[in-house]
Design a protein around this ligand. Structure first.
Ligand code: GAR
Length: 209
């Protein structure tokens, strides 16, 4: 059985959409633990109310380096069975840069959601970047995490039309609705062993092949 660890920092709406989909769609993965770097993350309460184990590895005030911090996260993941052998780690609004050591350990087993059609608008405030650039379409991307910022192999994307009167808030809201659709879908494909990676490209195997 695959074990899932979700890393969050705040609201946790993507986390919630994944946890709900696992239950509803009977996705073959055990939602083992939700970890936050922020003890005040609302997502922690949501997870607890859904009966999922949670943990906090506080990053504020942590004096070690990035890898020292990530080792603490890996420790918690491992305690819940989310290992490099049979784990999947989903970053869901986890607002920290991950160390290369952590990424290498979970190579092809760590997913991220980003609120833009990558490779456009990586990094922070992707929705604001799209508006400021004058893009007519934006959207969201689920990708494997590699050592760059939002650069890993793309698994799924969904597009959203940018309206003339969009604000950062209205655009973010429409993109978020798409995020909630494609992130659970990517977790399902992963759990079913249907994502094949060829260098930078991924392909989804159809069922039964
Ligand atoms: C989501 O919009 C996610 O795409 C974004 O943070 C939000 C988290 O919301 N992530 C990034 O910008 C990562 N670069 P959530 O906590 O409600 O899932």
């Amino acid at each position: 059985m695959l074990h899932l660890g979700i890393l969050i920092s705040g609201r946790g709406s993507n986390m919630e959409s994944i946890l709900k989909a696992i239950k509803r769609q009977k996705i073959p993965i055990n939602p083992a633990v939700v970890i936050s770097n922020n003890p005040g993350a609302i997502g922690l309460k949501i997870a607890q109310n859904m009966g999922i184990k949670t943990a906090v590895v506080e990053s504020r005030g942590f004096t070690g380096n990035r890898w020292d911090y990530d080792k603490k996260i890996i420790q918690v993941l491992s305690e819940h069975g989310v290992t490099e052998k049979n784990g999947l780690v989903c970053l869901a609004g986890f607002m920290r840069i991950i160390s290369p050591e952590f990424i290498r350990k979970y190579k092809n087993r760590m997913l991220n959601i980003h609120p833009a059609i990558l490779p456009s608008f990586p990094g922070l405030h992707a929705q604001r970047q799209a508006l400021e650039y004058g893009a007519k379409y934006s959207g969201c991307t689920v990708h494997f995490v590699d050592e760059g910022v939002d650069t890993g192999p793309i698994i799924l994307q969904a597009a959203v039309k940018v309206k003339d009167d969009d604000t950062e808030e209205t655009l973010s809201k429409r993109i978020l609705a798409k995020e909630h659709a494609i992130y659970p879908q990517a977790v399902k494909l992963f759990a079913e062993g249907r994502i094949k990676t060829f260098g930078r490209r991924t392909k989804v195997k159809s069922r039964g092949r």
